[in-house]
Design a protein around this ligand. Structure first.
Ligand SMILES: [Zn+2]
Ligand SMILES: [Zn+2]
Ligand SMILES: [Zn+2]
Ligand SMILES: [Zn+2]
Length: 406
């Protein structure tokens, strides 16, 4: 069976439409009902500024009165039960009157990508009926369709989508950038568009380094403690010999880094290079304990079909009990080869996500008998960054494959 034919097979991460199981959509309204859900949410959001003429307080109060009468007025119900039913109806009516959550929470479900249900970080595209897709999901729908040799369709309304049929929605992109987002250091809320500058230049809690870092001071801490540390820092009073030792060590780690970049540069001059955007999608297995795994849809690079899989904390029994988070991944060759295929591969940040990865080059010789690599670390810089990836629904990265020809 060829890779392309197999690609539609109902694996855990079939096309994006299949990757949004009914359960995921319940809260926010993906799936066929999404249009109605979005319209309702939009109406609710508009209701914030509703004047007379829209479903107003009086109408709502009337409905509430009726509910209370109905609940309390059942003559056959015992008195206590009647009272409780009345209370419940009142609570429900109050919740309905207050709307579900704050304006920004309601807007979140209006502006999120209808495929991954996350707030788009970069460009937003829409189908001819107006369904929103983040750039990552949009590109993936097109790529999946190409693999299956089908016309790509909107997962919500099944209308045809393509680069020429879909346009960007700048209003949504701008609205998303106005929604509040939390500063990772001081936890205060800022519009998304201002957050980057705040975290880089203004936040008093942002992580900074000592100005004597150049002569080996490892201190880093919140900006507001920096002056106190620098005044007391021991590094400027070290002797020449002590500093020489420190500088030697720093040179060594710098050399290692240079070696890595040089090997990436030499790989870039190989004859056969392929790269593609890969989207890891979560799924759970149900054997004994449910575990979180990730898998990409099949993709084609260097004329072969591949899949990437990833797992959390190397499938440790209870990853939720440890505060250290890691991700590891493996690369699987899905098509048959006529000769061993020796490759170097490398995962880097893709164009639609801001993941912080330190590059590591891996090697493997793929044959028909041995067509999957071991699980190797996905070199994310730290546990915080790893949790950020796990919190987002999908992980978007870019895979580079370099074929080594003898
Ligand atoms: Zn998306
Ligand atoms: Zn649509
Ligand atoms: Zn801050
Ligand atoms: Zn220092």
């Amino acid at each position: 069976m060829s890779g392309a034919e197999e690609a539609g097979g109902g694996g855990p991460a079939a096309g994006p439409a299949g990757a949004v199981p009914a359960g995921v959509g319940v809260g926010v309204g993906a799936g066929p009902g999404a249009a109605a859900g979005q319209a309702a949410a939009a109406a609710a959001a508009l209701g914030e500024a509703a004047g007379p003429g829209l479903p107003d307080e009086a109408g709502l109060a009337g409905a509430r009165q009726l509910q209370l009468q109905e609940a309390a007025g059942d003559p056959d119900a015992p008195p206590k039960k009647r009272l409780r039913a009345a209370e419940a109806a009142e609570a429900a009516a109050a919740a309905a009157a207050a709307g579900s959550g704050k304006l920004e929470e309601r807007l979140y479900s209006v502006l999120c990508c209808t495929v991954c249900l996350d707030l788009p970080k970069a460009s937003v595209y829409q189908c001819t009926n107006g369904h929103l897709m983040c750039a990552g999901c949009f590109i993936h729908l097109l790529a999946d369709a190409r693999l299956k040799e089908e016309q790509a369709t909107c997962p919500n309304c099944r209308c045809e989508i393509s680069k020429s049929l879909c346009c960007r929605n700048l209003a949504v992109e701008k609205a998303v950038s106005e929604l509040p987002s939390e500063c990772g250091f001081c936890l205060r809320q800022f519009p998304r568009s201002l957050l980057e500058r705040h975290q880089k230049e203004e936040c008093q809690d942002r992580v900074t380094q000592c100005k004597y870092k150049r002569i080996g001071c490892p201190w880093h801490g919140p900006f507001h403690e920096l002056t106190v540390h620098e005044a007391a820092c021991a590094h400027p009073t070290k002797t020449g010999n002590e500093l020489m030792e420190i500088l030697d060590e720093m040179d060594q780690s710098h050399r290692k880094e240079m070696q890595l970049y040089n090997s990436i540069f030499s790989l870039l001059s190989f004859e056969k290079i392929g790269y593609t955007e890969v989207q890891f999608r979560p799924y759970r297995t149900d054997d004994f304990i449910t575990r979180l795994y990730y898998e990409t849809p099949r993709f084609t690079v260097l004329n072969q079909t591949w899949v990437l899989k990833a797992r959390v904390n190397d499938s440790e029994r209870n990853p939720n009990l440890s505060c250290k988070r890691t991700l590891s991944f493996q690369l699987l060759l899905k098509s048959k080869v006529t000769a061993p295929l020796e490759c170097s591969f490398l995962l880097l940040k893709g164009p639609y996500d801001d993941v912080r990865i330190s590059p590591v080059i891996y090697h493997f010789v793929f044959t028909n008998e041995s067509n999957e690599t071991d699980y190797v670390p996905l070199p994310i810089i730290d546990s915080v960054e790893c949790n950020k990836l796990l919190a987002a629904k999908n992980i978007n990265l870019r895979l580079f494959l370099f074929q080594i020809q003898k």
